[in-house]
Design a protein around this ligand. Structure first.
Ligand code: G1P
Ligand code: ZN
Length: 544
């Protein structure tokens, strides 16, 4: 096998963000851009000679070309075997599952998650370590430093490997195994959930579901598992063929971007259960007939009922949530007498807790839920978990949720996103908030007194690593809370996220519209941060 050592110069913008390196396609397709980053990964990780690497992506524009480049570079860098999904497809949770099951040294996942695809859209590269989880910051920072100094990358001179069918190929001394992207993952799901009961649920006339894959990677998984294995009628899965540009849509399962599904679930003839996943299959949105389950509530409901599901029948070791996620799951943990960890935003912070066996379930308000079965959040897993509960309880989603609130109280919750704002203005706003933190306790804002304010910092209890600057938290005397932070995944300008929540113990008051229930807090957030003055915006772009 002929190996080329290609001379290159560093790019200065290859620092991975909340979830891998994400850029516009036009940036990623510049000569040497992808190669530099992949070489930085391979040089830093230094898999032992002959190691196995997992490779796949969400099928977005440039996925197929990038896979071939990475295969050639893997061969030139001494990788022994690559497990690559057929057609270059692997959802993020499936990649995590394959890494763990086959003892791989790590995996490269090509995805920009829920960001739009296509020639004008985004592309991304994530590196996952041998535990199947996103590389921790120490690794991504080393990769970044390497990318600033890179002078050369190695690539094998070789033609494309056919990826359309499962089978084995060789690329020089490296073996390329094209695997069914669904098989290992489906087998894991079958071990965790009561497939027979879910099958019976789908066979009862009383239950109809709609799953919207948003033209992204979960389509093949949902067709195989929900329709073919669990007997859901064909047509249950909509938009199930992955398209390079996601059909022009925004593959983000929230109330704005998955509006077609939301409309269907709020229609007069709505199905009983609705769900959607994102570009790379790690997010989930759960809907019932005329009912939306916030991701924070979903995590709490799963935690409260986990013992009913085969894979979790022994109970939970602990739970974890990202800081901006509502405190609904904390109440469940307290009732069960288990630990609840509060981590910074981003799935990578759950990895050490999961590896150490401290937590079983974890989740984020951003439509991410998961467990120790893999080391990524997992969209379809959450959907199957809900299906398992619905199959057992034979109760509408809305009733199940109401019962949960009756037991634990309701955490009214909303997130307001201001997208594409001027980056300097956004940073100035956060800096101003940060500088004023000390003067906040005791200050009256609307009808509340501020009791506590900080810039969230986290010390990982397992490895002791410290992460600072993770979001401004402001807590009031009734325990209501506002959090401000800037997105670490955007590719255009800055995105301000404002998270608002308050607790309502009284079941008589559990029927309010969250925006109305939180109206005074929303006003307080504007007053505290002077959002309009800093950004010129009078209203958020996305409300979830
Ligand atoms: C967003 C979410 C975060 C999630 C990440 C990757 O990051 O807020 O919870 O882990 O996407 O899916 P952000 O853009 O806020 O940095
Ligand atoms: Zn995703």
């Amino acid at each position: 096998m002929k190996i080329d050592n290609v001379t290159t110069t560093p790019f200065d913008d290859q620092r991975p963000g909340t979830s891998g390196l994400r850029k516009k396609v036009s940036r990623f397709t510049q000569p040497h851009y992808l190669e530099n980053f992949i070489q930085s990964i391979l040089s830093v990780v230094e898999p032992r000679a002959g190691a196995t690497l997992v490779l796949g992506g969400d099928g977005r524009y440039h996925n197929a070309e990038a896979i071939q480049v990475i295969l050639r570079m893997a061969a030139a860098n001494g990788i022994g075997r690559v497990l690559v999904g057929r057609d270059g497809i692997l959802s993020t949770p499936a990649a995590s599952c394959v890494i763990r099951k086959h003892g791989a040294a790590g995996g490269i996942i090509l995805s920009a998650s829920h960001n739009p695809g296509g020639p004008q859209g985004d592309f991304g590269v994530k590196f996952n370590t041998a535990n199947g989880g996103p590389a921790p910051e120490t690794v991504t920072e080393t990769i970044y430093r390497h990318s600033r100094e890179i002078r050369e990358y190695r690539i094998a001179a070789h033609g494309d490997i056919p990826l359309g069918r499962t089978g084995r190929h060789t690329l020089g001394t490296m073996s390329v195994e094209v695997i069914d992207p669904v098989a290992d993952y489906a087998e894991l799901m079958e071990r965790l959930f009561d497939f027979d009961r879910i099958h019976a649920l789908f066979n009862s006339d009383a239950f109809r579901m709609r799953f919207d894959a948003l033209h992204a990677v979960t389509g093949p998984y949902a067709h195989a598992i929900l329709e073919r294995r669990l007997g859901a009628p064909p047509g249950t899965v909509v938009h199930g063929t992955p398209l390079p540009d996601f059909g022009g849509g925004h593959p983000d399962p929230n109330l704005v971007y998955a509006h077609e599904l939301v409309d269907a679930l709020y229609a007069a003839d709505a199905p009983d259960f609705g769900a959607a996943s994102d570009g790379d299959g790690d997010r989930n949105m759960i809907l019932g007939r005329h009912c939306f389950v916030t991701p924070s509530d979903s995590l709490a409901v799963l935690a409260a009922n986990a013992h009913l599901v085969p894979g979790y029948r022994l109970g939970l070791r602990g739970v974890a949530r990202s800081m901006p996620t509502s405190r609904a799951v904390d109440r469940v943990a307290a009732a069960q007498g288990i630990d609840c960890y509060e981590t910074p935003t981003g799935w990578k912070f759950f990895g050490s807790l999961l590896d150490a066996g401290r937590v079983t379930l974890c989740g984020e308000e951003s439509f991410g839920t998961g467990s120790d079965h893999v080391r990524e959040k997992d969209g379809l897993w959450a959907v199957l978990f809900w299906l398992n509960l619905l199959a057992l309880k034979r109760q509408p989603v809305a009733a199940l949720l109401r019962e949960h609130w009756r037991t634990f109280g309701r955490d009214y919750y909303t997130r307001h996103d201001y997208e594409g704002i001027d980056s300097a203005a956004a940073h100035a706003m956060i800096d101003t908030l940060r500088e004023g933190l000390g003067s906040l306790p005791g200050r009256r804002v609307g009808a509340r007194n501020t009791v506590y304010a900080d810039d969230f910092a986290y010390t990982d209890p397992v490895d002791g690593s410290v992460s600072t600057g993770q979001g401004i938290r402001i807590v009031f005397d009734d325990d209501a809370r506002i959090v401000f932070r800037l997105s670490g995944t955007g590719t255009e300008g800055a995105t301000l996220r404002v998270y608002l929540e308050r607790f309502e113990p009284d079941p008589e008051r559990h029927d309010l519209d969250p925006q109305a229930a939180l109206a005074d807090l929303i006003a307080a957030a504007n007053e505290l941060a002077a959002i309009e003055r800093h950004t010129g915006r009078t209203a958020p772009d996305v409300i979830t």
